[in-house]
Design a protein around this ligand. Sequence first.
Ligand code: HEC
Length: 147
Amino acid sequence: MKAINKWMCFSLLGFMLVFEYGCDSQSRGFALPQGDIANGKEAFFELGCNHCHSAGDIAWISNPDNIRIPLGGEVPSIKTYGELVTSVINPSHKISFKYREGMTTASGESRMRNYNEVMTVQNLVDLVTFLQDEYDVIPPPTPYHVY
Ligand code: HEC
């Protein structure tokens, strides 16, 4: 009986080691190279993102449709790299509830311009690095009860 327990312990340890190395988050999944905040800011101007968005100290300019969506600022949960990349290259994939009204076309597509033919991958990487830096995560207060 004792021998079996020992065997089980060893195999469990072995499994845990394999699991640990197998799930190394550095080597798996989606990863883009390091971006540059200053270049991202520049790309934001060059691509005219500020016609519809303000971000940090970059003010909103204007656009014929009067679309005005501030980016950055305080958010209740982190904007992940993946979420921001998706918002830029596939804006209609997920449209935040607050933007559904007025910010989508009759067929439910985002009214954000599609940049995929003109934006370089480097622009995208830098833009996301710049935008991520503009968000501050402020978790909503959780009610604390003393029983
Ligand atoms: C013609 C107006 C327009 C332009 C120009 C524009 N956007 Fe947008 N953007 C929108 C609209 C409308 C939404 C909200 C609907 C949606 O999520 O697609 C949006 C949403 C976003 C979001 C998600 C915001 C959130 O809180 O979910 C990001 C990030 C974003 N845009 C980045 C960019 C970047 C970067 C550029 C420039 C490369 C850009 N946008 C140019 C109209 C625009």
